[in-house]
Design a protein around this ligand. Sequence first.
Ligand SMILES: *[C@@H]1O[C@H](CO)[C@@H](O)[C@H](O)[C@H]1NC(C)=O
Ligand SMILES: *[C@@H]1O[C@H](CO)[C@@H](O)[C@H](O)[C@H]1NC(C)=O
Ligand SMILES: *[C@@H]1O[C@H](CO)[C@@H](O)[C@H](O)[C@H]1NC(C)=O
Ligand SMILES: *[C@@H]1O[C@H](CO)[C@@H](O)[C@H](O)[C@H]1NC(C)=O
Ligand SMILES: *[C@@H]1O[C@H](CO)[C@@H](O)[C@H](O)[C@H]1NC(C)=O
Ligand SMILES: *[C@@H]1O[C@H](CO)[C@@H](O)[C@H](O)[C@H]1NC(C)=O
Ligand SMILES: *[C@@H]1O[C@H](CO)[C@@H](O)[C@H](O)[C@H]1NC(C)=O
Ligand SMILES: *[C@@H]1O[C@H](CO)[C@@H](O)[C@H](O)[C@H]1NC(C)=O
Ligand SMILES: *[C@@H]1O[C@H](CO)[C@@H](O)[C@H](O)[C@H]1NC(C)=O
Ligand SMILES: *[C@@H]1O[C@H](CO)[C@@H](O)[C@H](O)[C@H]1NC(C)=O
Ligand SMILES: *[C@@H]1O[C@H](CO)[C@@H](O)[C@H](O)[C@H]1NC(C)=O
Ligand SMILES: *[C@@H]1O[C@H](CO)[C@@H](O)[C@H](O)[C@H]1NC(C)=O
Ligand SMILES: [Cu+2]
Length: 661
Amino acid sequence: MGFLEGCRTLFLYLAAFLPSPAPSSYPGRDQLALGPPSTTHFLPYGKPFPQFPAPSGPDTDGSEFLCEYRDLGPEWTNCSTPEDRSCWLKHTNGSQFNTRTNYENTWPPGITRKYYLEVDHWTINADGIDNPDGKLFNGTYPGPWIKACWGDLIEVTVKNKLRYNGTTVHWHGLRMWNTVEMDGVNGVTQCPIAPGENFTYTFRATQYGTSWYHSHYSLQYADGMHGPISIFGPSSASYDEGRNPLIITDWSHRSAFQDWQRELVPKPSFPKMNSVLINGKGNFAGAFPMKKFNTTVEKGRKYLFRIINTSVDTTYIFSIDNHNFTVMTTDFVPIYPYNVSHIAVGIGQRYHIVLNAVPIDNGNLSPEGNYWIRTIPADGCKGFETGNEPDERQGILRYNDSSTGTPTSFREAFSLECRDEEFDRLRPVHEWQVPETILSPTDVARFHVGKMPGSNRPEHGDKFSWWVMGKKPLWLNFSDPTLLNLGNTTWNEDYVVVTQNGNDETWVYMVITGPPVVPPPWACDGPCDRSFVPVAHPMHLHGHDFALLAQGNDTHQLANVTLKFDNPPRRDVVLLPAGGYAVVAFKADNPGSWLFHCHIPWHASSGLALQVLERQADLQKMMTEERLAETRRVCAGWDKWFANKTNHWNPDGPFQDDSGI
Ligand SMILES: *[C@@H]1O[C@H](CO)[C@@H](O)[C@H](O)[C@H]1NC(C)=O
Ligand SMILES: *[C@@H]1O[C@H](CO)[C@@H](O)[C@H](O)[C@H]1NC(C)=O
Ligand SMILES: *[C@@H]1O[C@H](CO)[C@@H](O)[C@H](O)[C@H]1NC(C)=O
Ligand SMILES: *[C@@H]1O[C@H](CO)[C@@H](O)[C@H](O)[C@H]1NC(C)=O
Ligand SMILES: *[C@@H]1O[C@H](CO)[C@@H](O)[C@H](O)[C@H]1NC(C)=O
Ligand SMILES: *[C@@H]1O[C@H](CO)[C@@H](O)[C@H](O)[C@H]1NC(C)=O
Ligand SMILES: *[C@@H]1O[C@H](CO)[C@@H](O)[C@H](O)[C@H]1NC(C)=O
Ligand SMILES: *[C@@H]1O[C@H](CO)[C@@H](O)[C@H](O)[C@H]1NC(C)=O
Ligand SMILES: *[C@@H]1O[C@H](CO)[C@@H](O)[C@H](O)[C@H]1NC(C)=O
Ligand SMILES: *[C@@H]1O[C@H](CO)[C@@H](O)[C@H](O)[C@H]1NC(C)=O
Ligand SMILES: *[C@@H]1O[C@H](CO)[C@@H](O)[C@H](O)[C@H]1NC(C)=O
Ligand SMILES: *[C@@H]1O[C@H](CO)[C@@H](O)[C@H](O)[C@H]1NC(C)=O
Ligand SMILES: [Cu+2]
């Protein structure tokens, strides 16, 4: 293979392979994701409807969380049992809502759930050391658990009480079908919510599983603004009871906004995280023995655990000494279950696992009957300072008859390589057959991940290198979201808009290549405008699950890669290995402008993002002035607040010093 061919394989491209028929008439949101609240349909009938406690509901406060389907008649009943959790609702005629249901267009008609969240400043002590510049939802770290049942309409009013920052909230992995204005990305789908102002996010839970919500305002989520969200529904492996989400995160004692300043210099001292936390609790360098996360199980029962990685910088390997577990969900996608002893969880990724509470006797059983739950930063994708390695023993699994002491269990040896779960193991239950295509560099937009030497922002007057995947590093204007520019035919290059037309049947294929460990001489085509740094990037697409057609750690293999079209893995975050590639595909069935970005906040802030502007004409039709009224109100509030320099953290310096996301 010559250098030129290699070079061509580096192209990240978007291409529609099916012809575009005339635009379909576009259903408004009333007919689609956002139906009218179901209560208005139900009340006149007054007949019984399915109402039952969510089988995997909260475990801590003993309360039950009721799922209600008021629009379904008494012929429908709940059918999730400990022996078979794949069924959710069944009709007397045999019809079911279950894990095989095509949730892209079918879900049970749920009820409306209203939540209210306040964002404010707090001092956070998560690991023995104060972080004085924390920012939290409702004063808790992580934020309150938002819960709903499959098919519910969720309404969350967010009130900003911060002094110096706007805010927005993104509902990670929720498809936001036909509701892009609720995606919570400032500069793309809305203006920031100004201090004193509020915005209500309204969206349909068309998927089920576990995820997280987080601020998308610059580096804000790293200062504490994230929390779990679960949509109760069926699952592809069975369990007796569910446990509350396990949120694994890395943590720093300084505000990410301050750390960012250390990056904006010619020779950055990269921000380093201080601790690992489970559910907001940790122990800095072992110096502050605090309560560890612990959970008690009964021998012989099966437990659903939900693992979410909300890290800033770190991919973890999760394991429990002497226990294997069954993996059954990747992000929001139910998969055929498989058994493992450990699992790699990248930033933003989520897994549902089932733990069979029977310790494996490998000659190393713990005499006390309690076991370490470990979260080990993976080699080669961690952001910790050497010499400050956090304790990997982050939690304790206890049996109801075990001692309450400290476990003495050992972990089996396994590889700590920085990688995703094995490609071939992730087989979705609801299958996608992706139309076959060959990777060809014709008719393509070209992108690959690297650093742009020199300053992107002359106002910084420095030599800071910016991360980039499109033509330029992303840089958004908070006051001017893409959604309020839908009449545009040309775009500000800083917005890195990649347009994609077509219809519901159009497939979009993208090839993303990572920075090779050893930069090959053909690393760029034409003017070499980017350099390479050997790190892995967790890449997240908004508004879609994507099929992962191929993934590998050596870009050279791309020349010869075999793509998987028959039921490929599917999710919303993929780890792009250092020096490797990922080939993804999704259906253009959700008009909107959807961010595709690295989920490491430092990289996103430095521009490693683009937006896929999907079906602009259909989108423009959908976004009536009536629907945009709230978006415009929030922008007016922001403009007013912003115009008053007294409100700025630093009234004399530039207000914005990163991409904005
Ligand atoms: C359905 O929910 C009802 C009400 O909580 C419960 O009594 C029943 O056991 C559930 N049915 C199944 C099949 O789980
Ligand atoms: C069962 O009844 C439901 C509700 O009326 C209907 O939508 C569905 O098509 C029926 N299924 C079968 C197999 O008849
Ligand atoms: C957040 O706090 C407000 C005010 O205390 C309260 O009304 C609201 O219910 C809380 N939200 C959640 C989701 O707990
Ligand atoms: C956000 O607030 C922090 C202080 O917590 C401040 O340092 C930063 O400049 C603010 N940034 C923006 C863009 O509002
Ligand atoms: C949200 O903002 C609107 C407009 O400023 C105001 O009328 C409403 O009372 C606010 N709601 C809350 C919960 O603060
Ligand atoms: C286990 O967790 C509970 C709270 O869930 C806490 O009260 C208790 O102290 C913890 N035990 C240990 C040994 O850390
Ligand atoms: C979370 O994601 C980061 C970044 O990909 C990774 O380094 C870390 O190991 C992940 N944590 C877990 C528990 O997998
Ligand atoms: C546990 O999982 C590992 C692979 O991760 C496998 O080698 C081992 O056989 C499993 N053990 C049991 C008892 O299932
Ligand atoms: C929209 O087009 C106008 C006119 O060409 C341009 O000034 C503006 O920057 C564009 N907006 C965006 C977000 O690119
Ligand atoms: C790349 O992946 C292969 C196969 O999984 C593995 O053997 C190799 O060690 C990996 N190389 C690097 C640099 O991680
Ligand atoms: C591509 O595959 C062919 C056939 O398997 C092999 O001969 C060739 O060396 C491969 N090329 C590269 C660059 O790996
Ligand atoms: C600007 O903001 C400050 C602090 O919020 C406030 O005291 C002042 O009245 C505002 N000025 C104007 C002209 O609105
Ligand atoms: Cu995101």
